[in-house]
Design a protein around this ligand. Structure first.
Ligand SMILES: [Zn+2]
Length: 200
């Protein structure tokens, strides 16, 4: 990473301000070092902003102003002072080796996903059950209302298995419904985006 990227992803304005001697209160206020400030009028967090003189910026800007350095030299100074590695050549993204997941992790992730999607679906079905309920006996049932009636018990049962079942119950749900879960997830997304536009 370049010095700028290294600073951006590792260091806040508050950290540099404190390292270079600024006293920052618990609420993130400090006396501004860039004008004659009697009461703390600078807010320092990820970035800094002075309500007195208008000084404003990120960690690099702070150091650049404070030490009169160019932004690049300020970024390099921060990297050095915080002991962060940086590259000075043209930026090449690091080749990231994917950490290998254990079978337990893979199962756990599939299980969590399954659970979340089924919960979402159940919630949606419950909404449909009231929202699309026929207003009078002669009215034809809305497909969403039928789906709610057909599916709610079943989905509740699957969620129960995931919550309270032993490993083999849970493995059954995850493997047998994995494909269906993806399908349900797609439908939920579709439904949500169509209801945004008032179609459903
Ligand atoms: Zn100021």
């Amino acid at each position: 990473m370049t010095p700028f990227e290294t600073v951006k992803s590792n260091v806040t304005a508050r950290q540099v301000a404190e390292l270079y001697g600024l006293k920052v209160s618990r609420r993130g206020m400090a006396c501004c070092p860039f004008h004659n400030d009697k009461t703390p009028s600078m807010k320092v967090d990820r970035r800094f902003h002075c309500f007195g003189c208008g000084a404003d910026g990120d960690a690099v800007d702070f150091v650049s102003l404070h030490f009169g350095l160019s932004p690049k030299d300020a970024a390099i100074k921060i990297c050095k002072d915080f002991g962060l590695p940086y590259e000075t050549g043209p930026y090449t993204p690091p080749a990231r080796a994917k950490p290998k997941k254990s079978p337990e992790q893979i199962f756990k992730e599939a299980e969590t996903k399954c659970f979340n999607v089924l919960c979402d679906y159940l919630h949606l079905l419950q909404t449909w059950k009231t929202k699309y309920a026929p207003k009078d006996p002669s009215e034809e049932w809305h497909p969403y209302f039928c789906e709610a009636l057909n599916e709610i018990d079943h989905i509740e049962y699957l969620l129960d298995l995931l919550l309270y079942g032993d490993v083999s119950d849970r493995a059954f749900v995850v493997t047998d419904y994995g494909r269906k879960v993806i399908e349900i997830e797609r439908r939920i997304t579709e439904f949500r985006s169509s209801s945004l536009y008032g179609i459903a």
